[in-house]
Design a protein around this ligand. Structure first.
Ligand code: AMP
Ligand code: MG
Length: 349
């Protein structure tokens, strides 16, 4: 398949949105920018389009897709009911990086929801995504626009790397401003449950709807002890190995001094190190030092993590060590992705 690549300019947004909406209406696939990561979209109500998304990504068929909408009223036909807490969250955080799980209506095929009776819905705030979704006659199912298992894509170059020739259209709008996927909250049970940490934190959610539980499977301790086999995550996608660069990655945790001493002793010309900008010059023994943001700047870490993980793949490194970024103020979202990229491998030094 020939993939059309369309770069956004200050002038062509509306035209690009019409072109994208047209591809979607005809059952085609469009990779598009959102404020979190790039999405790989297809008609959420069309089983064949959903099937094509799974195929393009090589995604396991039990891993449901998030349905994207352009307005709050567009949620109504997709779900059985809208709980009061969902209304509050939509009002507080939409458009934005929050995905809410509802009981699905008959309109949404199970192919889209990986066989589940529930559906994940989000309204992105990215201006192009929002315009495209408002223009599209159908809601858009869109997982992250990467090959399954690889880091999510935060710019069009990475999308092209993974999906060129597998989708109809790629919309290029440069770097995604947030860089980690949306926070996911499940409102179908008696207590709200956080299924995936993201830019919107548990505390921010609790300020609007009161107590929120966290799915045990996404907690640091569960990932480190590799309990994803026994503690089954409620978001099916969280059980898969994810985000992994090609060389094995180990997270190293300790005081700044201990991490530096350990990493220096382990480094050689085949070693890559992931740290924060302020520590770039601390590891001259390593082949490459890449950085994911600055100390105590959560957003910079979110924005740069996936980019750095992908960058290692272009380098001749055979092992990668990442410093425990929580020591530099990284939040749950970054630590969840980093530990998953390491397959839960963490050593304390
Ligand atoms: P991605 O869009 O690639 O970030 O993947 C979507 C994530 O949302 C995966 O982790 C899915 O398992 C999760 N998800 C989507 N729909 C549901 C649902 N109905 N219930 C629980 N998790 C879901
Ligand atoms: Mg994904």
């Amino acid at each position: 398949m020939k993939t059309r690549i369309l770069t956004l300019t200050p002038e062509n947004g509306e035209e690009a949105a019409r072109i994208a909406a047209d591809v979607l209406a005809k059952g085609g696939l469009v990779a598009f920018p959102t404020e979190t990561v790039y999405g790989l979209g297809g008609n959420a109500l069309d089983e064949t389009a959903a099937e094509r998304i799974y195929q393009a990504k090589g995604r396991p068929s039990d891993n449901p897709l998030i349905v994207h909408v352009g307005s709050i009223p567009a949620v109504r036909p997709l779900v059985k009911r809208i709980p009061r807490k969902a209304s509050k969250l939509m009002k507080a955080f939409w458009p934005g990086p929050l995905t809410i799980i509802f009981e699905k209506s008959g309109l949404v095929p199970e192919r889209t929801t990986g066989g589940l009776k529930t559906v994940a819905v989000r309204m992105p705030s990215h201006p192009f995504a929002n315009l495209m979704l408002k223009t599209s006659p159908v809601p858009v199912a869109a997982p992250s626009a990467n090959k399954s298992g690889r880091p999510s894509t935060t710019n069009a170059k990475h999308v092209i790397e993974d999906l060129n020739g597998r989708v109809d259209l790629i919309i290029d709008d440069g770097n995604a401003p947030i860089g980690v996927e949306s926070t996911i909250i499940d409102l179908t049970g008696p207590v709200p449950v956080l299924l995936r940490p993201g830019h919107i934190t548990k505390e921010e959610l609790e300020a609007v709807i009161g107590p929120v539980e966290t799915d045990r499977a996404v907690e640091r301790e569960s990932i480190i002890s590799k309990q994803t086999e026994t503690v089954r995550p409620k978001a099916p996608g969280m059980k898969y190995r994810h985000y992994a660069p090609k060389a094995p990655l180990t997270v190293v945790s300790g005081t700044e001094e201990n991490m530096k001493a350990y990493l220096s002793s382990q480094s050689d010309k085949k070693t890559g190190i992931l740290t924060v900008e302020e520590r770039r010059d601390c590891f001259p023994e390593a082949f490459a030092v890449l950085t994911a943001g600055k100390k105590n700047d959560v957003l910079s870490m979110e924005r740069e993590l996936f980019d750095a993980l992908r960058e290692f793949d272009a380098l001749p490194v055979e092992r990668i060590y990442a410093e425990d970024l929580s020591k530099y103020g990284a939040g749950e979202a970054v630590m969840n992705r980093l530990l998953k990229a390491a397959g839960g491998t963490l050593i304390n030094v």
